[in-house]
Design a protein around this ligand. Sequence first.
Ligand code: ADP
Length: 757
Amino acid sequence: MIKFSLQNRIMNSLETIEKQYPLQVDLSNCAKEPIHIINRIQPHGVLLTYLFESEKIIRCSDNSNRIISYSPVELIDQPISKILSKQTIDTVREKLSVDPTYFMDVTIGSVKATLIVHKRGEEVVAELEPSKATVNPFEYQTQLTSIVSKINSLESVSQMCDQTVHLLSEYLGFDRVMIYKFDDDWNGKVIAEIREENLEPWLGLQYPASDIPSQARQLFLKQGIRLIPNVSYESSQIISSDKVSDNPVDLSNSELRAVSSMHVEYLKNMKVSSTLTAAIVHNGALWGLIACHHYSPKYVNYYQRLACKLLTQVFSSQLGLTLSNTLLQQANRTSKVRSKLIEQMSRSWDVVKGMENFDVGPMELVECDGFCSLLEGKLTCFGETPSVDKINELVDWLLENACDDVYSTSNLGVEFPASTRYAKQCSGVLVIFLSREKRELLVWFRKEKIETINWAGNPREKVFIEKDGSLHPRRSFERWKETQKGRSLPWQNFEVQSVKSFGSEIKKLVIKQYDKISALNKEFDQAYKALESFSYSVSHDLRAPLRGIDGFAQLIKEEYYDRLDEMGKSAIQTIISSTQQMNTIIDDILAYSGLGKKEMRMGFFPMDKVIHEVLSLLTNTYHEVNIKDIPLLPEVYGDYTMIKLMMTNLLENAMKYSSKQHAPLVEIGVLSNTEGITFFVRDNGIGMEQKHLNKIFDVFNRVAGGEYPGSGVGLAIVKRIIEIHQGLIWVESKLGHGSTFYFRIGEVREIDRVVLY
Ligand code: ADP
C-alpha cells in the first residue's frame, strides 16, 4: 500500500535538501556549493538506490516513470527485484563485494539500458542509462587498443596532447576538443585544441581559477569523467524514502549527477550545448582536463565514456613517465654540474675559487642571469646582479624573512617591495643559506620576464550583476590581454632541489677540508718539532769538534805562527775567524730551534724596559750609531726572554746595517690607530730592494754582503717569536734609504706611568 502521495514525498525531500543545499547558488557562494549532495540528476537516465542487505529501494529520481515506466512511488520501499532480475541483482552483489563499481546491459520491460552501480555506505547507487546503439565488443576492443598504442608511442608532452585531442575528436565527434593545463594558481591554459573550422581558436587562452572552483576540481579527481549531454536540461529530483530523507545521497561518483546551475549558465554563456570533461591526474593531483564541447546536444554512451576514461588514464600514466624522464634528465645534468663544482672547490681548497677559476661556474647549475656568493664577509658576483648595496639590503631582508635554508620566489617585488626599484635586473631569487650566523649564502638571480597572457575574457570581471541584483557568471569570453610585469621565470622544483643539495655538499666539503687541515696542521707541528730537535742536537754536537778545531788553530797560532810562511799565517787566521762565525751560526740555530721547546712564562712588561736593556749591550759594539730618544712605550703581554731576543735581533740589525752610513740613526717608537698598537724600529742604513723583502724572514736568507757579518737566522727568530705571540711583522725599506720594521704583539696595554729607566 502506498502511504504517501508523490507530492508529499517530493515536498519532504525538498525541505530536507533545502536545509543542506543553498536554494540559490550564485558566484558569492558557488565556490562553497556542496555539489556532491545536490540531490538532482540530469534527466537522460534514472537513478535509484537500494539497500545492499535488504535490497529495498530507498530513493528514486522523479523521471523514472518517463524512462522505465515506474513512478518513484511505485518503487520506493519496494524490492529492487521489481525492476531487476534476480541474476542481475546477484551479479551486482557479487561484483560490488570486490570492486567499487560495476556496469552491465539490462532490459527493464521494453527498455534496454546500461546499468552502472556503485556503493555508498549501505546503499547501492544504481543508474540506468537507456542505450540507443548496441556496442560491438570486438570493434570497441580494437578501437581501445589502437588508441592506447598511439598514445604510448609518444614521448613529448605536447605531442601527447596533440595526439589525444585528435584521437578523441575522431572517436567521439565533438565540435571542439581541448586540453587545459592548470598552473600553480589553478588557472587553466588551453595547450592543445582541435575544432571545427568555423569555430574561433581557443588555443593559448587562459581561464581564471574561479572558472572551475575547488570543489568542482575535487569531484573531477574522484569521478574522472563528466558528461552533460544537454546544458539546457531540466534536472530530476531524487525522491527518498522517509527513513533516509534527512540524508541526501552523496553523488560524488554518480554518472548522472546534476551540475551546478552556475556552471550550466557559464556553459550557456559560452554558447556550448554539450560537454564531456575528463580529468588528467599526475601524482594524485589534477594536472589538467580534457574538455570536449559540442554546439548542439550530444549524448556519449557509457562505453564511449569508458574508452575516453581509459585514454585519459593512459595519457596520465604516459605523462607521469615523460615528466619523470625529463626530471631525471634535468636532475642528472645538474648533478653533473654540482659534482664538477664541488670537485673544483675541493681542488682549490676554496669555495669561491672553485666557482671562479674553472670551466664550470655556478650559473650553470640553474638557468639564471646572475649569481652572487657571500662568504667570510666577501661578496663575489657573477653575471648580471643588483649593485652591492642592493644585494646587502636583500641579504638583510632574507635573513629576517626567509625561515628555511632554501628560499625561492619568482615575484620578489611582492615579497620584498624595496626590490621593485631593480625589478628589471632581479625579479626572481633562489637562495641557499650556508650559515645564517656568519651571514653566508649563495643567491641566483633571474631578470624580469614580461609576459602577455591571453585571458578568455577579463579575469577580474567574473561576476555579472543583473538588474534585480542577482549575480551571474561572466558573459564575455572576448580575448583579454594582460601584461604581467615584475615576475621572473618560475624556479622549477628540480632547480630548488639541486641548489639545496649543492648547499649541503658545500657544507660537507668545508667540514671535510677543515678536518684535513687540522690533521695536516698536527702533522706539520710534529714534523716541525722533530726538525727543531734534530737541528738542536746537530748544532749542539757540532760544538765539540768546532771547539777542537778552534783550540788547535789557536795552538798553532800561538806556538808555530813565526814558523809559518805568509800563506800559512793567512790560512790559520781564516780557520780561526771561520770557527768564530760558525759558532755564531750554531748559537743562532740553537736559539731558533730552541724556541719551540722553551716553556713560556707570560706576563705584562713595558716594552721600553726591554729596549733599554738590549741597547745597553749593543751600544758598546755599535757606538757610532745614534739612538733617538726612546719614548715611553706601552706594556706588552708575552715571554720576557723571547721578546728580548726578538728586540736584540731587530735592534742589532738596525745598528749593524746603518753603522757604515754617514750619521747613522736608529729610532724606536709606537703608532696607534684603529687596527691597534704597532711598534717600529727604523734605521737610515743600507736598506733593501723591494724584491728581497718577503724572503728575509726565512732561515739563512741573507741579502747583505760579506762586509756585514751574520748568520741569516736573526729575522727567522724574530718572526717565530712574533708568531708564538700571535702577532704580525712587516718591513718597509728602500735600497740606500734605510728600513723600518713594524710589528704587533697579541695583547698590548697602555699604561699610565712616569718611570724612567
Ligand atoms: P743576518 O744575520 O744576515 O742579519 P737576518 O735574518 O737578521 O740575518 O737578516 C736577514 C737579511 O735581511 C740580512 O742578511 C740583511 O740582508 C737583511 N736585513 C735585515 N735587517 C736589515 C736592516 N735593518 N737593514 C738592511 N738590511 C737588513
